[in-house]
Ligand binder design. Structure first.
Ligand SMILES: [Zn+2]
Length: 211
């Protein structure tokens, strides 16, 4: 939320939850306060959540007794919680989801806007999935550190397992430090920087009236 405010001057207009590790959902409490008190009426921000992830998300952020000290409100009243399956609509745009490899099966998901963007979320290498879910020239925002570990992909692994054409479309993020990012860039890779805004290719289909 901090980065979104800094760049756009407002909180995100909608969320997709990839998984429920706290570095991905820890900002929800602050967002609740904003949406509940500043949005009139509250409860309009769509929060798209893979159906398998809904119970985990509720345990992590929604189940604390009394969202406000004075009571009288449920956590999800500040949002429009939308459980989703393999695909969903956002304002007339069709997006796809796919389970990635991050800890327990089917607890972490990637997101695709066909022809435009694939966002892997946190994942180990997923060459076989990207062959299917990134086959239309998408820019691929990919979890990647300099070396892999049981949670995250490493550049050594992606260079071994991904075809060059696929790797060239990857913008690497979730690396450990500025130095790591520099080292990855020196290896010829595109590395996302804090605050950087990426220009995306136009989506190829599935757009209806998005007004
Ligand atoms: Zn994670």
């Amino acid at each position: 939320m901090t980065a979104c405010l800094a760049h756009y001057g407002h909180p995100p207009r909608a969320l997709f939850i990839t998984h429920t590790h706290m570095d991905h959902v820890g900002g929800f409490e602050r967002l609740f306060v904003h949406e509940y008190f500043k949005r009139k009426p509250p409860g309009r921000m769509p929060v798209y959540v893979p159906a398998n992830v809904v119970p985990l998300l509720h345990q992590r952020v929604g189940d604390y007794p009394n969202a406000l000290a004075e009571g009288g409100v449920n956590f999800w009243e500040a949002f429009q919680l939308i459980p989703v399956g393999d695909w969903f609509w956002h304002r007339g745009v069709r997006l796809e989801t796919f389970a990635v490899r991050h800890h327990w099966p089917r607890t972490a998901f990637g997101l695709r806007l066909p022809g435009s963007l694939v966002w892997t979320g946190d994942t180990r290498p997923i060459a076989e999935l990207l062959k299917v879910y990134a086959d239309a020239g998408e820019l691929i925002a990919h979890d990647c550190a300099l070396t892999g570990n049981p949670s995250h992909a490493g550049l050594d692994e992606l260079e071994r397992e991904y075809p060059p054409g696929l790797l060239e479309r990857c913008v690497l993020y979730h690396y450990a430090s500025v130095e790591e990012g520099e080292a990855m860039r020196r290896r010829g890779r595109r590395v996302a920087l804090p605050g950087e805004a990426l220009t995306l290719p136009e989506p190829i289909s599935g757009i209806m009236d998005g007004s």
